[in-house]
Design a protein around this ligand. Structure first.
Ligand SMILES: *[C@@H]1O[C@H](CO)[C@@H](O)[C@H](O)[C@H]1NC(C)=O
Ligand SMILES: *[C@@H]1O[C@H](CO)[C@@H](O)[C@H](O)[C@H]1NC(C)=O
Ligand SMILES: *[C@@H]1O[C@H](CO)[C@@H](O)[C@H](O)[C@H]1NC(C)=O
Ligand SMILES: *[C@@H]1O[C@H](CO)[C@@H](O)[C@H](O)[C@H]1NC(C)=O
Length: 793
């Protein structure tokens, strides 16, 4: 009671000295000086920069409108209001004032005699110094500048001093000395050369003389570098067309590598470009009453503990993470077993001896294919949970054949038999060489890793695709002179990079979305690692150009191997992807290789559907999109590109492309497109692999009817006439030994029949398909595929 009287006096003083009617109209001013009345939060006054780019003043807190902070924001951008600077970290109530005192001090306080909350308590000369706001977003009061006291944002042309640290709004994250991102004050998770300045064009210069540029470099736009509450540092630019902020650079592509995203024991997953989820590992659960994730069965008997493999998982925090450098999994496991504090260990299969024990705590776990490692989680011997993180193990099992060279098809008929004998003897050689498969895998694996290392990472942190300039790609492809394929997504050129890597450069057509969106999608595509997927090495997004840079797969696409009965293929019309412009006559694939191609493709699609968290439909599976590596290892191309387009485009495009034979009924019925659409297309490819003819064509001269439908015909052959031989590729029919091959071919045909079911829910999932081909699940008798016609037009 005794306090309220002076306070009341103070308020009445404010009211008298600040006649409301006139100031309500004159709310915007260009400066604030000692002759102005004290500034209070609910006056709604703003200070404008000369060209009205920025505004400053009190703004209410989002969730409590009685609390205010003094901020600088973009005057023209109100949804959402984007603050770039804040004077007071802790908000003030409506009785606070901003004044320039008689002694010249700029003062923000809740009571006239209270603490000055203005950073550095600047003092000017009482009757002349004004607080002004410049068009670059800087508040200036004599020698004092808000640029010297940044909060969570750095603006263009703001000189970053040596010890400048910015903090996320909630204070959990900081960008220490503008060189490392830190969680909770001492836990660093991202480091770079110190930032010195951001310019208007989108270039950031660094202390080591280096620099990096944004994806929209060159455009004059409003830009800002902000550390958000999620711990990622991002550069935004304002898209003048949409009026929205777009991310044009960011410190880490993988939000899960940011420490503190999830609590102890959790594993962080990115299910979308900007979404993270925290899940408990197998054997762990959320104990009732507690929010944390704890072991369901504590490890009682240390000797009786076992390990659950979590593929692609890494725990990036906790104590003692030193690489023990042991040569095999057993030795690594033993060293973990012998340490009572060991909670598990990380291991790589690349033969380089990566073995890292995780002691005492499981901290900052995350899933990312980029880790190329498996984490073996120690659990009690009685634990029954199975690992839910798989992917690496199936990669290891992918039966890509070791190097075999097949003879070219015979030119004259009398050499045919000889060559077939050669091909058949190769079976045996191949089977023998199967044992060296693991070794071949490891070799390939190391090759990939080295390639990743060769990739310059000057713009993006590890794991991201390289960004090429248009000029670089122009030089690499000899001004786009060597075209090796034409497809619905765009033309493909062969090129050679400066480091002599041969690449396939795909210039995309009709891609929607902005640079940042494209970049985001490309990063997701580049994150997909599978032996049977074509690797994406980089991209270019410049001057409206959208280009993808892939590893070059030397042997062209599967259609060149399957459909070559001596007839002249038209160069226009259907099936141009990968093309055969460069590739000549192909060897005839034997049954083993055909089977392995089928299995490899099935596993890669299963990986896209089920193991990539970024759930990907291919939407255009056909032989043209299955490339054949130099060891006959199939590699799927064009995956992920469907996402760059709208669904309507996809439908019309597929029709135009003439790949209707591969499209599932739901495309035409306009039903929702699910992963089962890919399963259908795969089934069609499977039949073609077995028969060596296009589904739309007629084998021999036997069929010549309008309602001929390949799957139905094949079904009759296999299940009614019991004549599997009739549908085999005539070119290697002689080579078919029913004892050796029946099982394999039978499985391919039966699996195809299941894939080609008219109703999506009748078709198995791609993971099941792979298992059916492997022979690890029993294949029931399928229903006869119903006739399905695509309407022309
Ligand atoms: C702010 O918007 C006004 C009109 O709404 C426009 O005339 C002015 O140029 C804009 N200022 C800036 C800096 O964009
Ligand atoms: C205010 O200005 C007068 C001259 O205009 C000067 O003599 C005086 O010292 C100034 N007061 C302060 C506090 O700077
Ligand atoms: C796991 O994370 C740590 C810390 O970030 C890192 O040093 C290590 O290389 C990562 N391991 C793998 C296999 O990626
Ligand atoms: C970390 O582990 C290694 C191997 O177990 C051991 O040699 C080293 O002393 C440990 N370091 C610390 C700090 O515990």
């Amino acid at each position: 009671m005794s306090l309220s009287f002076p306070l009341l006096l103070f308020f009445s003083f404010l009211l008298i000295s600040n006649p409301p009617p006139s100031s309500a109209q004159q709310n915007n001013s260009s400066s604030f000086s000692s002759s102005d009345s004290p500034w209070t939060p609910n006056q709604n006054r703003t200070l404008l920069s000369p060209k009205s780019v920025f505004a400053a003043g009190f703004q209410p807190q989002i969730n409590s409108s009685n609390l205010y902070t003094f901020q600088v924001w973009y005057h023209n951008i109100s949804t959402p209001l984007t603050a770039v600077w804040t004077a007071n970290k802790s908000p003030v109530n409506s009785s606070a004032t901003l004044v320039i005192t008689s002694s010249g001090e700029l003062r923000l306080s809740t009571t006239p005699s209270g603490n000055n909350l203005w950073p550095n308590k600047p003092v000017g000369s009482a009757n002349s110094t004004r607080l002004v706001l410049r068009d670059d977003g800087r508040l200036v009061f004599e020698n004092w500048s808000s640029f010297d006291h940044p909060t969570d944002t750095i603006l263009p042309n703001q000189k970053i001093l040596n010890e400048t640290t910015i903090y996320s709004k909630d204070g959990r994250y900081s960008f220490e000395n503008c060189t490392q991102l830190v969680f909770g004050g001492n836990d660093s998770y991202w480091t770079s050369a110190a930032f010195q300045m951001l310019d208007d064009n989108g270039k950031v210069t660094q202390a080591n003389g280096g620099s990096f540029i944004t994806s929209d470099f060159g455009a004059t736009r409003l830009r800002r570098l902000t550390l958000a509450n999620d711990g990622n540092l991002r550069l935004f630019s304002l898209d003048p067309n949409s009026g929205q902020w777009a991310v044009v650079w960011q410190a880490t592509q993988e939000l899960c590598t940011i420490h503190g995203t999830c609590g102890p024991n959790y594993i962080c997953l990115t299910d979308n470009w900007d979404n993270t989820t925290c899940v408990c590992p197998p054997g762990f659960g959320r104990i009732s009453g507690v929010k944390t994730c704890e072991r369901k069965i504590p490890i009682r008997n240390l000797q009786n503990s076992k390990f659950l493999p979590l593929d692609y998982v890494n725990f990036s925090g906790g104590s003692n993470q030193t690489n023990l450098n042991v040569q095999n999994l057993k030795a690594c496991q033993d060293s973990c077993l012998s340490d009572p504090n060991c909670e598990g260990f990380g291991f790589k299969y690349d033969g380089q001896g990566y073995c890292v024990l995780q002691l005492e705590r499981l901290l900052y776990g995350y899933w990312s294919p980029g880790t190329e490692a498996t984490f073996f989680l120690r659990v009690d011997g009685s634990e029954t949970d199975k690992s839910t993180f798989t992917g690496m193990t199936s990669l290891l099992e992918t039966t890509c054949p070791v190097r075999v060279s097949l003879p070219l098809p015979p030119k004259e008929s009398n050499t045919t038999t000889r060559n077939i004998v050669i091909i058949c003897t190769l079976f045996a050689a191949e089977l023998l060489s199967g044992v060296v498969f693991i070794w071949a895998f490891v070799k390939k694996y190391i090759k990939y890793r080295d390639m990743a290392r060769t990739l310059g990472l000057e713009l993006l942190p590890a794991g991201g695709p390289k960004r090429f300039s248009y000029a670089e790609l122009k030089a690499a492809t000899g001004d786009f002179s060597n075209i090796i394929g034409r497809g619905g997504f765009g033309d493909v050129y062969k090129g050679e990079l400066n480091d002599h890597r041969i690449v396939a450069v795909k210039c995309l057509k009709n891609v929607t979305g902005g640079d940042a969106e494209f970049w985001a999608e490309v990063t997701i595509i580049a994150r997909m690692h599978h032996l049977n997927l074509v690797r994406l090495w980089g991209f270019c997004a410049e001057k409206g150009k959208r280009i993808l840079v892939y590893e070059y797969v030397p042997n062209g696409s599967l259609d060149n191997f399957l459909f070559q009965s001596g007839r002249v293929r038209s160069t226009s019309g259907e099936g141009e992807d990968g093309g055969d412009m460069e590739f000549g006559q192909k060897p005839i694939l034997d049954w083993n290789i055909r089977y392995r191609i089928a299995l490899g493709v099935a596993r890669a699609i299963a990986y896209l559907h089920e193991e990539c968290l970024e759930w990907v439909l291919h939407c255009d599976i056909k032989p043209e999109n299955i490339l054949i590596g130099d060891d006959f290892c199939p590699k799927i191309s064009d995956f992920g590109l469907a996402k760059l387009r709208k669904k309507e485009d996809m439908v019309s495009m597929s029709r135009v492309r003439g790949t209707r034979g591969y499209m599932a009924p739901e495309w035409v019925k306009m039903d929702p497109i699910t992963p089962k659409a890919d399963v259908y297309s795969f089934g069609m490819v499977l039949l073609e692999i077995v028969s060596g003819v296009r589904n739309s064509e007629i084998q021999g001269s036997k069929m010549d009817s309008e309602d001929w439908y390949f799957p139905r015909w094949a079904f009759d052959k296999v299940f009614q006439e019991m004549k599997v031989e009739d549908m085999l590729d005539p070119r290697i029919k002689h080579c078919y030994d029913s004892r050796a091959h029946f099982d394999m071919v039978d499985r391919m045909v039966k699996t195809a029949m299941w894939c080609l079911q008219d109703r999506p829910e009748m078709r198995p999932s791609m993971g099941k398909v792979a298992k059916m081909l492997e022979g690890t699940v029993e294949i029931m008798e399928p229903k006869k595929p119903t006739i399905f016609f695509l309407v022309d037009e």
